[in-house]
Design a protein around this ligand. Structure first.
Ligand code: CP
Length: 321
């Protein structure tokens, strides 16, 4: 595997889930695979889980790891070609990428949406340059539009906890004080569409996800109706994806606290598990009692980030041979 950004990059999903279970049973089984290989993890944005779980995954595989926080200690990077660099950006990605690539074997990049332009964000301008100019395998550690390591961990968690063969999984929008990207809901929708689940998305009008991710998933605008009989509730805020009104891209269209996941909505589910990728704003996205309940999976879900990253790095190492 040379690039990891989509569920499709994994090939057979059942096989990938079996591999995840194998690695979870013995996470050091492939320690020799990464000997004398280096993973470079580049962060343009903050992180707790992705940073730690991906480092741990690389160490599970015997790799060396270098972590670069671009905004802390590195030269400020220009990403647009043709710009007269007379501002605060001292180095261009076009030089920085091949230089960074010369010190490693595999590159992970985190670079969020900037909301300056829907076109730029959805074209993945930063990540595409890493793929084009590094000459190394590149995996997405949350880009402008996708967060595949998270969705893989979410799917592993659903597989581990499901109590029926084909559970009902509901992705629900919830309010947040800041405009957040669509990367997590985009990927979650993409991955659930490929998984053996009954998938429903619920959000206020105007928050429709990009068709390339949401596909033919059922969209229900009445949150209570969507929650009926659900086995898993996956909460997340996202800003306007600009599908129906491009001029609203990245805007907050609603802060309706009736959408905060509470016992009121959970009561109509099939005693559903609660999921969120974290970090989460309590009593905006979800009430204290729901996130602290025995049916909350937020911690096992975060722990599975180590497993999803180990599978992805293992496959990239195998492709280097
Ligand atoms: N869920 C997730 O990606 O967490 P971080 O932003 O802390 O890495």
């Amino acid at each position: 595997m040379r690039v990891f950004r989509s569920v499709k990059d994994l090939g057979n999903l059942e096989e990938a889930l079996r591999e995840a279970a194998e690695i979870k049973a013995d996470r050091f089984k492939y320690q020799e695979l990464g000997r004398n290989k280096t993973a470079l993890l580049i962060f343009f944005n903050n992180s707790l889980r992705t940073r730690l779980s991906t480092q741990k995954a690389a160490m599970n595989l015997g790799m060396n790891v270098i972590v670069l926080d671009v905004n802390q200690g590195a030269w400020k990077l220009e990403t647009e070609r043709g710009v007269v660099m007379d501002g605060d950006k001292s180095e261009h990605l076009l030089e920085a990428i091949p230089v960074m690539a010369s010190y490693c074997d595999i590159i992970g990049v985190r670079s969020f949406a900037t909301f300056e332009s829907r076109e730029n964000d959805y074209e993945e301008k930063v990540l595409e340059q890493f793929i084009k100019y590094s000459g190394k395998p590149v995996f997405f550690m949350e880009s402008a539009t996708v967060h595949p390591l998270q969705s893989f961990a979410d799917l592993i968690t659903i597989e581990e906890y499901k109590e029926c063969k084909r559970p009902k999984v509901v992705l629900t929008w919830a309010p947040h004080p800041k405009a957040l990207p669509q990367a997590v809901p985009n990927s979650f929708a993409e991955w659930m569409n490929e998984a053996d689940v009954d998938f429903v998305v619920t959000h206020p009008e105007g928050y429709e996800l990009d068709p390339q991710f949401v596909g033919d998933a059922k969209v229900e605008y009445d949150q209570m109706k969507a929650f009926e009989g659900a086995d898993f509730i996956y909460a997340k805020n996202w800003s306007c994806p600009g599908v129906t009104r491009p001029e609203d891209y990245g805007k907050i269209l609603s802060q309706d606290m009736n959408w905060t996941v509470s016992q009121r909505q959970m009561a109509v589910t099939n005693n559903a598990f609660f999921m969120h990728c974290l970090p989460v704003r309590r009593n905006m996205i979800v009430t204290d009692d729901v996130i602290e309940s025995p049916r909350s999976l937020v911690i096992p879900e975060a722990a599975n980030r180590e497993i999803s990253a180990t599978v992805v790095l293992k496959r990239m190492l195998e492709a280097l041979k």
